[in-house]
Design a protein around this ligand. Structure first.
Ligand code: NHR
Ligand code: GAR
Length: 223
């Protein structure tokens, strides 16, 4: 473990329950700090969660930009200025352009609500139910230009129940997101996880496949 806590900037668009889980984990000893929270939506509840902890917040409202690359350029220069060790996408809803993503290669994580590589993109809970899948979950991956296609580090699995609807399934997946994301960030903060040549390395071992946890097991560990 390095002496200094890992500095992170968290990108959000909405509720910020994943941001909250990360902040709670920091309170519980995760050796990291959130130096700023950036939202593309001025009304995001996540901004209030940050402000209530005196974490600086910034808004880059995508609606004020005529073109995507102008939004990206603004975000790029803000990240440059903040210069975090890690950028964490937590419910961030804007697709990022190639050049920004390339500059943060190996230093930008996302949590996605599916068992990647299955169900990239949006509305995953609905699509999983419609397909009649038995398993669903969430994945933490390095962000690359390929949407939801970067190297996957870890996944948490939840079983789909016969009586699930979109809301109930989403809620169970959220709970395992809140356990999985701090766990992966902890590996980064302690210098245990790196990306080398597009392969995640955990404790000096190449992760050729994502580590997959079962939700109950993961939640128990998180306690
Ligand atoms: N950017 C890149 N380059 N690569 C990834 O892997 C990214 C990314 C940006 C965000 C999160 C992702 C998810 O976890 C993410 C991964 C937004 C959309 C989307 O279609 C898709 C995937 C993700 C995030 N966004 C619409 C857009 O036009 C807007 C939707 C909205 O505002 O509600 O950007 O699922
Ligand atoms: C989370 O389920 C996250 O996986 C998902 O949005 C939710 C955000 O919740 N991300 C995406 O769908 C990205 N396109 P939160 O704001 O409460 O953390």
């Amino acid at each position: 473990m390095t002496d200094q806590p890992l500095s992170m900037v968290v990108l959000v668009s909405g509720t910020g329950s994943n941001l909250q889980a990360i902040l709670d984990a920091i309170d519980a000893g995760l050796p990291a700090q959130v130096t700023a929270v950036i939202s593309n939506r001025p009304q995001a509840l996540a901004l209030r969660r940050a402000a209530s902890r005196n974490i600086p917040t910034r808004v880059i409202d995508h609606r004020e930009f005529a073109r995507r690359d102008e939004f990206d350029a603004r975000l790029d220069s803000l990240l440059d200025e903040l210069n975090p060790q890690l950028v964490v996408l937590a419910g961030f809803m804007r697709i990022l352009g190639d050049s920004l993503v390339r500059r943060w290669h190996g230093r930008m994580l996302n949590i996605h609500p599916s068992l990647l590589p299955d169900y990239r993109g949006l509305h995953t809970h609905r699509r999983v139910l419609e397909a009649g899948e038995r398993w669903h979950g969430c994945s933490v991956h390095y962000v690359t230009a390929e949407l939801d296609g970067g190297p996957v580090i870890a996944r948490a699995r939840v079983e789909v129940h016969a009586n699930d609807d979109e809301a109930s399934l989403k809620s169970r997946v959220h709970h395992c997101e809140h356990a999985l994301y701090p766990k992966v960030i902890d590996w980064v903060a302690r210098g245990r996880l790196k990306l080398a040549h597009d392969t995640p390395i955990l404790d000096n071992k190449q992760l050729r496949q994502a580590l997959t946890f079962d939700a109950p097991q993961l939640m128990e560990e998180a306690l």
